[in-house]
Design a protein around this ligand. Structure first.
Ligand SMILES: *Cc1c(COP(=O)(O)O)cnc(C)c1O
Length: 434
């Protein structure tokens, strides 16, 4: 997803945090080294509350499942669990993490294309919400149900239908088809339903439809919600307990993004409107499940990196920091993130320059930001990159250097949520053979 961003540095910080003035950052550096992430716990709570309010005020039976893969920092997952979020996981590793932070297994939603028979038995015996993604999983579910005839086995199906508009693909990268879920159009859904119904104690209680769309538009959600409701009413109305529309909504973007995006209220108005209309005459209203990832966490992380040197190469300036593009932009997109410079000396006499911010790896393309116009940062200044909460710490190869630490800030309280990695953890002797 491309976003247009202006390349200026703001002087007035949004996160008014006195702990993040020069001295505050220096103190954190003593503990964590010269680059680290900051989790803004207040902002996280605010995001959760805003999403919850927008939807719950319009449709009462709501479940918010936080998409673990977007950022599975245990501290963050625990905080969201406390606020009331379910855990939405797409692997056994994430499932086990949810258990490890103390999540109630009935509040885990297990999605994803890859689950083996053990995973499915485990999730079903734990009474987690399980959405099967492909036909191969049906045999596992049926054999579990056959072995446990005394219990009801509830199950959801991720379905795949066309969401293109006027023949134009809505999917990210312009893919013609989504590769996930059970295809409705070729009869696979019908086949899956009849296979599962052969086993008397299996109950098909929900449909799931997560699509990664290009522009996260309201129109796509109209199509997704409408289709899920229609399919559920046609096929599983008697046993229906939930409609899961997946994630993919936009969160609140920081100020410099000059891009119009729908608000949580806009999304809720459309999605809940359809739910209310479709289930108007149904006594037992199904739950609406949302699975936000980016919208919940993108704007709750900062990355702080110290300036090591500013150098001139022919006519251009390069500011080397103790960080890498992988720490802030794992998808390596070319847009500049919103950022701030925290200067050691307030010397306003120097004029503005155009400079690039580059990282510690040995790759030419390691640019954390390009063509910034401001006073040139100097040695021992810090650069704060904002909006780095999604996919950074999880989709980030520890490459050349250990992973940086993470602190969580809650009003005045600062706790270490992840220590800086050392060579002992990087080359863990339990797995590496020396
Ligand atoms: C990735 C994913 C999400 C979260 O998507 P966002 O775009 O981060 O909101 C939700 N559900 C499923 C099944 C996913 O794979």
């Amino acid at each position: 997803m491309e976003r247009s961003i202006t390349s200026t540095v703001r002087s007035s910080p949004r996160l008014e945090h006195e702990l993040l003035d020069y001295d505050g950052i220096q103190k954190l550096e003593d503990e964590l080294g010269s680059s680290f992430y900051v989790l803004d716990v207040n902002k996280l709570k605010e995001n959760y509350r805003k999403i919850d309010e927008a939807f719950r005020s319009r449709y009462k039976n709501l479940i918010i499942g936080y998409s673990y893969k977007t950022n599975y920092l245990p501290h963050l997952c625990k905080e969201l669990s406390r606020l009331g979020a379910y855990a939405e996981v797409v692997s056994r590793l994430e499932y086990d993490l949810a258990l490890k932070i103390g999540e109630d297994p009935t509040r885990i939603i297990f999605n994803g294309p890859l689950k083996n028979i053990d995973d499915i038995y485990f999730a079903l015996s734990n009474k987690s919400i399980l959405n099967i993604d492909s036909l191969y999983e049906i045999d596992f579910v049926k054999s579990f149900a056959a072995r446990n005839p005394e219990i009801e086995v509830p199950i959801g199906l991720r379905v795949n239908f066309d969401i293109s508009q006027n023949g134009v693909s809505e999917l990210q990268e312009g893919y013609k088809y989504s590769r996930f879920g059970i295809c409705v159009d070729n009869g696979n859904l019908e086949y899956a339903l009849s296979e599962l119904r052969e086993q008397e104690n299996i109950r098909i209680i929900g449909l799931h439809g997560h699509f990664s769309t290009k522009d996260r538009s309201i129109e796509s959600y109209k199509i997704i919600t409408q289709n899920l409701c229609k399919l559920a009413k046609e096929n599983i109305l008697d046993s229906l307990e939930y409609i899961d529309i997946g994630g993919g909504i936009y969160g609140e973007l920081p100020k410099p993004y000059d891009l119009f995006v729908p608000t949580f209220d806009d999304y809720a108005e459309t999605i809940c409107g359809i739910m209310n209309k479709e289930f108007k005459d149904v006594d037992k209203k199904p739950f609406l499940i949302l699975e936000p990832g980016v919208a919940m966490v993108a704007n709750v992380f900062l990355f702080i990196a110290k300036v090591i040197e500013s150098k001139k190469i022919r006519n251009d300036y390069f500011v080397l920091v103790d960080g890498s593009v992988h720490n802030v932009k794992p998808t390596l997109h070319k847009n500049n993130l919103p950022m701030r410079i925290i200067r050691r000396k307030h010397d306003c006499s120097r004029g503005k320059k155009t400079f690039n911010i580059v990282g510690y790896t040995c790759m030419e393309k390691d640019y954390l930001a390009s063509e910034i116009k401001d006073r040139l940062p100097m040695e021992d200044d810090y650069i704060i990159f904002e909006n780095v909460g999604a996919y950074t710490i999880v989709f980030n190869p520890p490459f050349i250097k250990e992973r940086p630490g993470i602190v969580a800030m809650d009003n005045r309280k600062v706790v270490v949520a992840r220590k800086k990695e050392t060579i002992r953890q990087f080359f863990n002797e339990e797995i590496y053979v020396f």
